[in-house]
Design a binder for this molecule. Structure first.
Ligand code: VG1
Ligand code: CO
Length: 552
């Protein structure tokens, strides 16, 4: 085997978005496309970390179509770039939170996760590559910007050239292999992660409740990466009946569906939870296992509410019994957790969308829990959002409180008030129209304050800008927010994970303190604000869309 230097030319547009480089599979299949981007990662990572020589890299993916091929390419490039060791998940599998856990536990310089998360997979679906740093979290903007800059200037990459398939490492068998001078350790993708979960939660208590039949569950892995994790943790360790798992066999195309755990896409679970024999607790996770949706019997918990409830009840869980240091939420996430933070006397941070912005806050011990409205919740146990962790948090709290999901949620609203919340997505709209719409909104921010729209009066409006309190870096233009007196709000931003045209996200929130008004239909109670959003953004006129494609 020899190291080969291959001449190449830059591809435009290898820009890591909210969560890595995400494109249609066919884009990644262009000759040199993957190699260019991986070399750019190695060059940027080497520059920021000192070097790649002799270092440990963690490698895995969500098992979608093209995963196996890219795993082999990266192994050969890592060997040619002088890495000392790559720890790769068996069969190329590692969930996003498990990768974060393994990076931290084995003190790796970083990791590469192959996933387009909740985007569909298969030959006609999407693929993605993301790089995580030594803290286990998504590379911060400084590094993603460097990766992009290097991708635009690249002239060559290095790879172990042994004829494409002949030099493949057998990643199906666990154990230590060699690739040139590099160790390749094929690891059990679940073991380290499951051990971490056991250290945080009261597995005895949860399993007693589950085995006694008092706590019945249904978990939907949506044919994605969390299947084997759920099998190991929920069934083997906690004693749930194997019939409690649905769609837990990972498929390269996720069975043709969107592996996105929301009411629109996890319909099988929703039917079960709304049916006559519904279990007490239902949950689903996404393509790479970092998202979660929480359901009770005939009851939906919004991700923003879930974060607030977990924060308010964290002390009931062994891993957080000493209390939490603080909470962080992404800007569009509802303000429900802010009042919990107030009550606990801890800080609450508001960051731009994307988990990478939580890293510094967790590394500096300023926050313990983090969450996003997009079905993402997590803590400082790793540096990614973590779907199964959220499930276990809920199960632990349910096992201690011995109340239903709905009762816990209603208690919470009585105490803190309810934030009615909904996100309206307009997918695959024209890019220029989307940019013009956002510009139009930006143009209004200076004059909105004091204006009245029906019952709502604008208290403040701006284009959100974030200054990281740890490294001082500034991320501007993160979304237009219109705040109304009394705690209601509309936020507009464009997605950074879509792969076709643009996706406009409109986040609408109404705060209600009166418990006798805590039983309303979300879309109805938000209807006036939704109209105001249309009025401000001229969505129909500018995009031709009379209604959103997805409502969550
Ligand atoms: C979306 C969500 C964001 C999340 C990101 C990655 O980004 O809104 O909250 O962090 O996806 O989630 P955007 O830019 O499309 O709104 V996932 O589970 O990669 O990975
Ligand atoms: Co995900």
């Amino acid at each position: 085997m020899t190291t080969t230097t291959v001449n190449t030319k830059p591809f435009l547009g290898q820009v890591p978005g909210t969560s890595g480089l995400r494109k249609a599979v066919s884009v990644f299949q262009q000759p040199h496309y993957v190699e260019n981007f991986v070399q750019s990662i190695f060059n940027a990572a080497g520059a920021s970390h000192g070097q790649t020589a002799g270092q440990t890299l963690i490698l895995g993916g969500d098992g979608r179509f093209y995963n196996n091929h890219v795993i082999q390419v990266i192994l050969k490039m890592a060997a040619a770039n002088g890495f000392g060791r790559v720890m790769v998940g068996q069969n190329g599998i590692l969930s996003t939170p498990a990768t974060s856990c393994v990076i931290r536990k084995h003190k790796a310089m970083g990791g590469i996760i192959l996933s387009a998360s909740h985007n569909p997979g298969g030959p006609d679906g999407d693929f993605g590559i993301k790089f995580n740093t030594a803290n286990g979290g998504p590379a911060p903007e400084k590094i993603t910007a460097d990766i992009y800059a290097r991708s635009l200037a690249i002239s060559h990459y290095t790879i172990f050239d042994s004829g494409l398939d002949s030099g493949d490492v057998d990643v199906a068998q666990l154990g230590l292999k060699r690739l040139g001078d590099m160790d390749v350790e094929v690891i059990d993708p679940v073991a380290d992660y499951a051990e971490l979960m056991e250290s945080l939660f009261d597995f005895n208590k949860i399993s007693t409740m589950i085995k006694s039949g008092k706590l019945t569950i249904c978990f939907d892995a949506m044919h994605a990466v969390n299947g084997p994790y759920a099998q190991d943790i929920l069934v083997k360790r906690l004693g749930a009946h194997s019939g409690s798992l649905i769609n837990c066999v990972p498929l390269t195309d996720f069975g043709g569906g969107h592996p996105d755990p929301n009411l629109a896409h996890a319909h099988q679970l929703v039917e079960i939870m709304n049916g006559p024999d519904a279990p007490e607790f239902g949950a689903a996770s996404d393509g790479d296992g970092d998202r979660n949706m929480i359901l009770g019997r005939n009851f939906f918990v919004t991700p923003s509410d879930s974060l607030a409830v977990l924060a308010a009840n964290a002390k009931l869980v062994p891993g957080y019994s000493a209390g939490i240091a603080g909470i962080a939420r992404s800007m569009p996430t509802s303000m429900a957790c802010d009042r919990v933070a107030d009550d606990l006397g801890v800080a609450c941070f508001e960051t731009p969308t994307g988990w990478k912005f939580f890293g510094n806050l967790m590394d500096s011990d300023q926050v313990t829990l983090c969450g996003e409205e997009s079905f993402g919740t997590g803590s400082n146990h790793v540096r990614e959002k973590d779907g199964l962790w959220a499930v276990l948090m809920w199960l632990n709290i349910l096992a201690v409180r011995e109340q239903s999901v709905e009762d816990i949620m209603r208690d919470h609203w009585r105490r803190f008030g309810r934030n009615y919340y909904s996100r309206h997505d307009y997918e695959e709209i024209d890019l220029d129209a989307a940019n013009a719409l956002v510009e139009h909104l930006r143009g209004q921010t200076a004059t909105l304050k004091g204006q009245t729209f029906g019952a709502y009066r604008v208290e403040a409006a701006d284009d959100f800008s974030y200054t990281d309190p740890v490294d001082g870096s500034v991320s501007a233009k993160q979304g237009v927010r219109v705040l109304f007196e009394g705690g209601s709000r509309i936020v507009f931003r464009l997605s950074g994970t879509g792969t076709k045209g643009a996706t406009l996200r409109v986040y609408v929130e109404r705060f209600e303190t009166d418990p006798s008004h805590h039983d309303q239909d979300t879309q109805k109670t938000l209807a006036d604000l939704i109209k105001i959003a249309e009025e401000l953004a001229q969505i129909h006129h500018r995009t031709g869309r009379a209604a959103p494609t997805v409502i969550t």
